[in-house]
Design a protein around this ligand. Structure first.
Ligand SMILES: Cc1ncc(C[n+]2csc(CCOP(=O)(O)OP(=O)(O)O)c2C)c(N)n1
Length: 327
């Protein structure tokens, strides 16, 4: 429980720093902040093994960090530096790290969902008991690939946990204007798949329900669709003033800030005292100083490598496969 608080705080401070760096022109391109939704990634990723896979959309800084990529490599990627997790070529929307089994960072809405099904197929084919956790927004649920992937995952028994992060808006379009149903987990019924709804502002609730789905996937190889009801406190991207929603709505949701809720829980259960929160605050601040210094001081990629690392080179692929069969 303490760990969930620390992880969420790290992601929040990371993105606050990213927002400032974006405002001063140090980060370019698109940048979508996850502030307000941290309980979903923290609750869903903390029980995974290193060998499990995670994949997400373009609002993925927290997912990448919580799947194990060092925050300094994520920030360097946002800065477009060669030390970034995608060597500065991906930017905010395309964080990737095969060693951490974080499969991206996808800008095409819903594009990651069939890839997650494919990763699930590969796990089954290789006869391991790893799982895939796939995150997407409620906007992606109306894409054809969502339904194609649900069908194959249920039909072929693929160990994938599909997590729909319903933050109520796809850019400026509310769920009510885009969906004929409110309970999105019901989409699983069409495929006779396990399903559930979780409070996406409550990291413990997410952790409990996702843990069940992960165990179920490991033991039966079957998928689950979970809907996490959450909210983003900032606009869709850095250029969105979010005028399509009221201040009252925003304030109401901010009163359920996942980090404050976790703090209240820790205090109510007398698990920590005020000194502990101060300690964590200091620790996260110190880590962020290291992260920002690393991103600022890292070099830009050399123009000569513009065409490198875009596709996996055949030698690199065979080296990976050799390393796997060696051990
Ligand atoms: C296939 C496709 N269609 C449209 C877009 C433009 N677009 C980018 S983000 C977005 C909204 C998606 O909302 P949601 O899936 O709910 O995710 P959220 O931004 O709320 O995290 C749209 C329509 C896109 N990137 N890809």
């Amino acid at each position: 429980m303490k760990m969930l608080y620390e992880k969420m705080l790290l992601c929040r401070r990371f993105e606050e720093k990213a927002a400032v760096a974006y405002g001063t022109g140090k980060i370019g391109g698109f940048c979508h902040l996850y502030i307000g939704q941290e309980a979903v990634a923290a609750g869903a990723l903390c029980m995974l093994r290193k060998t499990d896979y995670a994949i997400a959309a373009y609002r993925e800084h927290a997912h990448a960090i919580l799947k194990g990529i060092d925050p300094k490599y994520v920030m360097a990627e946002l800065y477009g530096k060669v030390t970034g997790s995608s060597r500065g070529k991906g930017g905010s929307m395309h964080i990737f790290d095969m060693d951490c089994r974080f499969l991206g960072g996808h800008g095409i809405v819903g594009g990651q969902i069939p890839i997650a099904a494919g990763a699930g197929f590969s796990i089954k084919y290789r006869k391991t008991d790893d799982v895939v956790v796939c995150f997407f927004g409620e906007g992606a649920i109306h894409q054809g690939v969502f339904h194609e992937s649900m069908n194959l995952a249920a039909l072929w028994h693929l160990p994938v946990i599909f997590i729909c992060e319903n933050n109520r808006y796809g850019m400026g379009t509310s769920l009510e204007r885009a969906s004929s149903i409110y309970d999105l987990s019901k989409k699983a019924l069409a495929y006779e798949m396990e399903r559930g709804v979780v409070d996406g502002m409550d990291a413990v609730n997410v952790w409990e329900r996702v843990s069940e789905a992960v165990d179920y996937a490991r033991h039966t190889k079957k998928p689950t669709l979970l809907e996490a009801r959450t909210y983003r406190f900032r606009g869709h991207s850095m250029s969105d003033p979010a005028t399509y929603r009221t201040k009252d709505e925003l304030n109401e949701m901010k009163s359920r800030d996942p980090i404050s809720l976790q703090k209240e829980l820790l205090v109510a259960q007398k698990l920590v005292d005020e000194a502990w929160f101060e300690e964590v605050d200091k620790k996260v601040k110190a880590e962020m100083e290291v992260v920002m210094r690393f991103a600022e001081e890292s070099p830009d990629p050399d123009l000569a490598e513009l065409h490198d690392h875009v596709l996996v080179e055949p030698e690199e692929q065979s080296q990976r496969e050799g390393a796997k069969s060696d051990g």
